[in-house]
Each structure stands twice: as C-alpha cells, then as structure tokens.
Design a protein. Sequence first.
Length: 387
Amino acid sequence: MKKMIALLALLAAFPPLSTDMYLAAIPLLVKSWQMPLATVNLTLIGFFITYCGFLLVYGPMSDRYGRRPPLLIGLGLYVIASLLCAVSDNVYYLIIARVMQGAGAASASSIAFAICKDTFEGNLRQRIFLQLGVIVAAAPMIAPIIGGWIIESHSWRWVFVLQAVLGLVAAVGVWMMNESLQELSTEPLRRVFRSYGRLVRNTPFLLLTLALACIGIPFFAFIAVSSDIYISILGYSEREYGYFFACNASAFMLAPLVFSRIARKVKLTRLLPISYIGVLLSAIPMIFSTIPQPLRLAVPMWFLTFFFAFGRPPGNNLLLEQVEQDVGAASSFMVFVFFMTGACSMWFISLGWKDSIQLIGLLGVCSATVTALSWLAINKLFSLKMP
C-alpha cells in the first residue's frame, strides 16, 4: 500500500511539479526575452488549458482500455515535452512545448483519482485522499526552492530536465504496478465519451463540481503573479521567492492533518463550510493597501491556502461519492473544471492590473461567497451521498 500511495502522490503532484518549479524563472524570461508578463504567462495558461482538455480524453480512455496504457502514453509525452522545454530558445517555442507538457501531465492527474477509487473504498479512500494531500503538499513546498537554486546556480533549462527525470520515474512505477480496473468498459470509445453526458445529467455531481471549483480562483491567481510581485516589485531574489512560496505551500501540508483530526468528531457537512468561510476572511486583508509588505500578501495568503487545502481533499472524495459508474470520466471532469477555472483566473490576473494583491483579495471574497452559498443551496435541494 505504501508503494501505491507513493506512486499516486507522484502522479497527483504533476501539476505543482510542472508549474511551481519554474515560477521563479518567469521574471527572468520577461527580462531576457523582452516580452510582457502576459505573454510569458501563456507558458502557464497554455499548459493548464491543454492539461484541462486532455483530462477529458484520458478519463474515458482509462475506463475503456484500463488505467496503465493511457498513463504510459501520457507520461512518455510529458518526458519528451519537458526536454523540448529545456531547449526552447524563445517564448513561442516554450509555449508550444508547455502545451505538449500539459497534454502529457493530464494523464497522471486524471487517472490517479480513478486508481484510488478502484483500489480503496469509503472511509479508507477518504483517509488515503488525506494522506495524498499531505504528501502532495511537499511538492509546492520543495519545488520552488529547488527551482530557485537551479535557476540561480545553473539555468532555468535544467528545471525542465529534472521534470523529465521525474516523468521517467513515474512511468517506471506505472509499468510495474498491476492494473487496478478489474472490469473494462465494453463500449466503443466513441460511446465511452458519452459518459460525460451522463455526468452532466447527474445534477448533484455537476453543481458540486462547479461550486467547489470556484474556491480555487484566488489561489491560481496567486500562482500566476506571485513571482512578479515578490521578484519584480518587491525586489527579492529567485531563491528568496522560493522560500516565500514554500512557506505559503506549507499550509497545504498542515491543513489535511488538521482536517483528519477534526473529522473524527465533526461531520463533513459542517467542516466544508469552515473551508469556504476561512477563505473569505483570509482574503479581506489583501484588499487594503495600508498593510505593509510583504505581510500584506504573505500572511493572508498563507491562511487562504490553508482553508482552501482544508476542504479540497474531502471535497474530491464527496464528488466521487455521487458517482456509481464512469469513475474515470468523473475524475477527469472534476479536475478539468477545477483547472479550467484556474486557467481563466491566471489569464485575468495577468492583464496588467495596478494592484494585483488587492485583486487576489477581491477574487477570494467573491469566489468563497459563491461557493458557500452554492453549498447551502445544493444541500437543501438534494440528498447528497456521504462517504
């Protein structure tokens, strides 16, 4: 079980490993390639958009052909794309390579949740999700520090070489694991894709997916502009930025631990609103420009990240609990909506706003309010299946 959890954690960590490790290079690329931040940030946005689109492909493929074949294909593409990123000599080639990298990384994230659903049940699966949340939290903590060291001591290109190595390690693990899906779908692949139609007609699942995706909007906005704020505006080095980002990411590790302890005594229906209210209250201080830097961003954002991570793993488990079939497609769909919402947030925050920190705060207040009100409405309208 430990080896399986470690593999699932590595697969689930591909998005932060693919983004956070090179965030410190964004201001450097803006300066060296003489390109605006909005253009260089397309290396982030393009990654997530393609990543989201291919999530919808890998899920049904894994239901039809098993979890291992599409995973191996996706990881192979990820390794090749990472090496192409490393040799890119202008921003446009890097954007194209990052788009390919997103297409490969999507296989890991979408199928990891499906493997977890195949392998574990009920409360055990929720505990596994929490363990994965703690382990995966190490990725955004360690990745920017490693990235900052590599960029300062060598070059940003070596960041992508390291990502290629991690892709190879994951591919070896998938090659060695047993197929987790016991009963393959017998429908032709074109019919398997119709599972998305069934999911859209699953009203509780659809509304919950949309509501829970909103809560991540301020977090993705922070990812898109954090390096520009800390390095270009506040004047910190790439390595110092890595420490700031790692400190913020530590909330990802602490939040699931706190949730696992409280969940023994408090029902899930009472815990999830704590997450949404916490995000809302944490976002408010960022709206006021009178708070000195870097406290104005670092402290409220840490608490916002904590409350966001507090509700994310149990929210994923609750979503999958609403689905009896098409688990691979459901896993892909919920991650698709989450990251597509995040990509839109990244694009919006990159439009050259005068005060990006204030905008992150406003996005946090609005998104948390929408999620909290939607949660109340969904619970009144439907009888949700609880893990």
